[in-house]
Design a protein around this ligand. Sequence first.
Ligand SMILES: [Zn+2]
Length: 107
Amino acid sequence: MSDVLPPKSGDPPAAKPADGDDPPRRKFDLPDTGFREVPKKWRKFYRHWSGPDDELAPNEVICPVCKVVIRSAREFRAGDKVYCMPCMTRMVLVEGDDGSLVAEVIY
Ligand SMILES: [Zn+2]
């Protein structure tokens, strides 16, 4: 019996997925939440934020202007552009300090 020790050097670098080769995004159902500030067709893409205890799903982001939750049928990623219909603000999603996505207003 002999133990085989791993080599001390020459380990192959960890394989990293190439940029742009992202895994498929999760999809989400968007039930109508009764958000009345936009036409019926668009209501499912928004909901009211119920405060700091309101945990956002991966397909949700808060509009920094009007504090409405913007929802998508797919999970959000950094670089996504979103539009807040209630306050007509365009935003791009960026990764915050804690790794969560935050919306930055595009002026
Ligand atoms: Zn807004």
